[in-house]
Write a protein that binds this ligand. Structure first.
Ligand code: NCD
Length: 309
């Protein structure tokens, strides 16, 4: 048993496979409430905004009959100066079994892991990892293509600040996919060459070959001055527009973790076309990713909490 989910980097291949198998199993029962986690208390503590991740965990936990508590950071003692550790220890004393934490500081969960005796789940720490997004994306790809082995997954855009990329590279490669990273050189540091992903800067070349074109959200809140000349130039060079959409190969899937910056990583016209009259065989899975997020997060909670008395 892995105990926590801090990131996919320190997770074994068997753990990823186990969550995938459970997700496929649970997806058959989405219409009815299950009682696998009755009596468990799960809390979310989010120090950064979130709509879909937090709500998705809440729906997942309630689906499996766990009690879910959304800890309001802005009204809590954390604001009065109580440390993060004290807050978590207080929650633990109230019977908490698992804490889902989002924090702007990379590495926060690693720092906490030996200090608290509850299951920790990383819902995004700075630019470091966002493992549940990677797991739900792996599930979405696996479900659509019926395999991961040999698929070419192109992740496009703000690689430098992306916690989704850092988690996904490990997970996708473990499952046999080939990962391509494309973005402006200022947002695609050299260290990514060491991940085993193929690194490039021409979007046109890569999207012609890709089975999945994964658009990343430009992390405007994490940009330092000078990395981007302008949003218009970024969109011109790396945004998905109608011309680029027509280059995608038949059967390809377009993904995005949300929330979308329309007019930056994708134009409104390209998005409308994907929703209303996509080029032959092309699919967009943004909605499907959200639906699958509930299933995968439920599978993860069940996996992590099943042996927890
Ligand atoms: C991601 C996040 O917050 O890191 N979004 C999400 O969880 N739905 C991706 C992003 O914001 O870029």
């Amino acid at each position: 048993m892995p105990g926590h989910l801090l990131g996919l980097r320190n997770w074994k291949m068997e753990h990823i496979q186990e969550v995938m198998e459970r997700s496929f199993f649970l997806s058959r029962y989405r219409e009815r409430k299950l009682d696998y986690l009755r009596g468990k208390l799960v809390a979310a503590l989010f120090f950064e905004p979130s709509t879909r991740t937090k709500f998705s965990f809440e729906v997942a936990a309630r689906w499996l009959s766990a009690d879910f508590y959304d800890f309001p950071v802005e009204m809590s003692s954390v604001v009065k100066g109580e440390s993060l550790l004290d807050t978590i220890l207080t929650l633990k004393s109230m019977g908490l079994n698992a804490l889902i934490l989002r924090h702007p500081q990379s590495g926060t969960l690693e720092w906490l892991q030996n200090k608290v005796d509850i299951t920790l789940i990383n819902a995004g720490d700075g630019s470091h990892e966002h493992p549940t997004q990677a797991l739900l994306d792996i599930f979405t790809i696996q479900k659509y293509f019926d395999r991961l082995k040999g698929l070419k997954i192109a992740m496009v855009g703000d690689i430098k600040h992306s916690r989704v990329v850092r988690s996904s590279i490990k997970g996708l490669k473990e499952m046999g996919a080939e990962v391509y990273l494309v973005g402006p050189p200022t947002l695609l540091p050299y260290c990514f060459q060491e991940t085993g992903a193929k690194v490039g800067s021409s979007l046109e070349e890569v999207i012609k070959e890709a089975d999945v074109v994964y658009l990343l959200r430009l992390q405007r809140e994490r940009q330092q001055a000078g990395l981007l000349p302008s949003l218009e130039e970024y969109s011109y060079l790396y945004g998905l527009n109608i011309e680029r959409l027509l280059l995608l190969k038949e059967g390809a899937m377009v993904m995005h973790p949300g929330p979308l910056n329309i007019g930056v990583e994708i134009t409104q016209e390209a998005l409308d076309k994907l929703h209303t009259s996509p080029p032959s065989g092309i699919t967009v899975s943004i909605q499907r990713q959200v639906e699958n997020g509930i299933i995968v997060r439920a599978a993860l909670l069940d996996f992590l909490l099943k042996g927890d008395g």
